[in-house]
Design a protein around this ligand. Structure first.
Ligand SMILES: [Zn+2]
Length: 112
């Protein structure tokens, strides 16, 4: 069987449609959703969002989506800033505070 490279590999690819657009709150939300749906497939997310893989990876890292742990999944943040309204990537079931809320000095520990 002869293998041939997919055409798209050799064709110049246009810049992602939204590559110059600033990231909105909704974009971050969509990123988080897609991250779960695709199992963290950065390239797939980039294609779906019209962003570069590098941008998606950077944002995912900033959001703390690219976490490693024993039981990674989206969990509701119980921090003051989210109050159970927002999901974040939690490395294990004992982690119920999102990175953003962790930066809040007023966060009372032991809320989970
Ligand atoms: Zn939070």
């Amino acid at each position: 069987m002869q293998l041939s490279l997919p055409l798209e590999w050799s064709a110049p690819r246009p810049a992602p449609a939204n590559s110059t657009m600033p990231w909105s709150e909704a974009d971050y939300g969509r990123l988080a959703d897609l991250y779960v749906e695709t199992g963290g497939d950065i390239r797939a997310i980039a294609a779906l969002m019209g962003r570069s893989a590098t941008a998606v990876w950077t944002k995912a890292s900033n959001l703390g989506l690219a976490v490693t742990g024993n039981d990674v999944r989206l969990r509701k943040c119980l921090g003051d800033g989210c109050r159970g309204q927002k999901l974040f990537m939690s490395p294990d079931r004992g982690t119920r505070i999102c990175p953003r809320c962790k930066g809040d000095r007023h966060l009372p520990w032991g809320v989970y």
